[in-house]
Design a protein around this ligand. Structure first.
Ligand SMILES: CC(C)(COP(=O)(O)OP(=O)(O)OC[C@H]1O[C@@H](n2cnc3c(N)ncnc32)[C@H](O)[C@@H]1OP(=O)(O)O)[C@@H](O)C(=O)NCCC(=O)NCCS
Length: 182
């Protein structure tokens, strides 16, 4: 039985001087294995560098997912202006996993990117053994587009990667968008 989705969720841009760097570090240290491909964050210094790198990339839109306790997750869209497409990635602190919060956040970001954001296509990929990430993609209106066999090499082991895509003309996610602040 999933936990209820928190009612106080909201989105805001990630900032280079983000006060929630400690929350970013907490999310990485709470699940080192699951977060290993999200970035090299092990301590306060690397968490600060990670935030500065994301927020300082003009082609990358980084959106913080927050509740009353602060930053809990992140959704990023790496824009490809040549193809007017975007690569989507996301993570959530374990305290809010299984609540539907990630699906709502990614759906909100994807809906905006394909309308106001001017993109015509979004895509993402996740390890085949990460079905929750596929659930997020489906919730956000993405369509399965196949499997890259053995695409990721992790600790000497090759992992299949499931690909998902969503076009601007595909149906919207249908979720009530989370509020965007700041
Ligand atoms: C992947 C991750 C973001 C999933 O977060 P989550 O909190 O479980 O996601 P949600 O609770 O929003 O669930 C989204 C959907 O997936 C479904 N789902 C969750 N776990 C599932 C599973 N094991 N199998 C199938 N569907 C699943 C949920 O039911 C939900 O669907 P619904 O809204 O229609 O009910 C989280 O586990 C995480 O941060 N992992 C580490 C980083 C990572 O792997 N990122 C993805 C690669 S970019």
């Amino acid at each position: 039985m999933p936990s209820p989705t928190p009612a106080d969720l909201y989105l805001r841009p990630l900032r280079a001087d983000d006060a929630d760097t400690a929350a970013v570090l907490a999310a990485f240290t709470a699940d080192p294995d699951g977060m290993s491909r999200q970035g090299p964050v092990q301590d306060a210094q690397s968490a600060r560098a990670y935030v500065e790198h994301l927020a300082g990339n003009a082609a990358l839109e980084a959106t913080a997912v927050c509740d009353a306790h602060g930053l809990a997750g992140l959704v990023t869209v790496q824009r490809d202006e040549t193809n007017l497409s975007g690569w989507v990635a996301y993570w959530m602190h374990p305290r809010l996993r299984g609540t539907g919060a990630t699906g709502l956040a990614v759906a909100t970001v994807a809906d905006r990117a394909l309308t106001d954001g001017g993109l015509g296509r979004l895509e993402l990929g996740h390890r085949a053994n990460n079905p929750a990430s596929g659930g997020v993609a489906r919730r956000a209106g993405f369509t399965p587009e196949g499997t890259q066999r053995g695409y990721f090499l992790i600790d000497g082991v090759r992992h299949d990667v499931h690909l998902w895509g969503r076009l601007a003309e595909d149906p919207p996610s249908g979720v009530e968008p989370l509020p965007l602040r700041g």
